[in-house]
Design a protein around this ligand. Structure first.
Ligand SMILES: NC(=O)c1ccc[n+]([C@@H]2O[C@H](COP(=O)([O-])OP(=O)(O)OC[C@H]3O[C@@H](n4cnc5c(N)ncnc54)[C@H](O)[C@@H]3O)[C@@H](O)[C@H]2O)c1
Length: 272
């Protein structure tokens, strides 16, 4: 159902790899709500991915390849997006995460430091690079909105999340710090959305993901939030209905983050 919440708005959406990606759902919902979209992903993801199919669904919107760790690529992404839109951008979704240590099964106590650096660069510093590029180019409209996706492992230990936990802590800190500077000078708001575990390519890469997602389901009064619900929340944050929300880490997790225990879990541990 469309309420035209994003009518007239123009946005850049990163990270749509396939139809399971959270970014894919966000792009579909934002378009449905009247936004014009530019899609972006790493060049390698273009070769593997189904992103052209998504672009076709969104009125053949442009797809601009950009490695989010490469400042030149990001510069080009903003130049081309502004040229396409004929002006500035209203919202950005940062939906990018990758850890070579997770992928290759290196334990947190024995990480490969070059891979660790890549984890932080791809999954967190890329947000700083996007924001710094947009800031210098004055590419975002006043009251624009930037959302980056994160996970509660930034605050609490989830052992198999490995060095991604450190990346998410940094990502959330960048959102706060840049949110201050971009807010005072341009009224641009920047938030992170801390999403429930969700079955996607990145999500399923975490060891023991099955147990992880079932535990989270049992510990969330509303159950795990799915990718579509996350997309609805992102749309709300891009819209003018949330103009004074900024520098926040917003939990979109069915209540998981504030629950000590649920009856469901207690019963599993009861002796009879
Ligand atoms: N799936 C979950 O359980 C879950 C939970 C909370 C937060 N998140 C976060 O949501 C975001 C999206 O992940 P997803 O679950 O939709 O998985 P996904 O695998 O569909 O998306 C991850 C994306 O990151 C992109 N990417 C990787 N390296 C890149 C680079 N160098 N430059 C540009 N793009 C690059 C990939 O191509 C891919 O599109 C990530 O930040 C992830 O950490 C996911």
């Amino acid at each position: 159902m469309s309420n035209n919440l994003l009518k007239g708005k123009k946005g850049i959406i990163s990270g749509a790899l396939n139809n399971m990606s959270i970014a894919w759902k966000v792009a579909e919902k934002a378009y449905e709500q009247g936004a014009e979209i530019v899609l972006t992903n790493a060049p390698i993801a273009m070769r593997m991915g189904e992103i052209k199919e998504l672009s076709a669904k969104l009125g053949n919107c442009p797809i601009i390849a950009a490695d989010a760790t490469n400042e030149q690529d990001i510069d080009n992404l903003f130049n081309q997006s502004m040229e396409h839109f004929g002006g500035k951008v209203d919202f950005i979704l940062h939906s990018i995460g990758m850890s070579p240590n997770v992928r290759k099964g290196r334990h947190y106590t024995d990480v490969n430091y070059e891979w660790y650096r890549q984890t932080l660069d791809v999954s967190a510093i890329s947000l700083h690079k996007m924001l710094a590029t947009a800031y210098k180019k004055d590419a975002l409209n006043d009251w624009g909105s930037v959302v980056a996706l994160t996970y509660i492992a930034a605050q609490r230990i989830f052992p198999d999340y490995n060095d991604m936990a450190d990346a998410k802590s940094l990502l959330e800190s960048i959102a706060r710090s840049f949110g201050y500077h971009y807010g005072t000078s341009k009224k641009v708001r920047i938030n992170t959305v801390s999403q429930s575990p969700t079955v996607t390519t990145a999500g399923s890469g975490v060891k023991g993901f099955d147990g992880f997602i079932n535990y989270s389901e049992a510990m969330s009064p509303l159950g795990n939030a799915d990718a579509e619900a996350c997309a609805d929340y992102c749309v709300a944050l891009f819209s003018d209905l949330t103009r004074y929300v900024t520098m926040q880490n917003l939990f979109h997790d069915g209540g998981f983050s504030i629950t000590g225990v649920t009856q469901n879990v207690v019963e599993r541990f009861a002796s009879e």
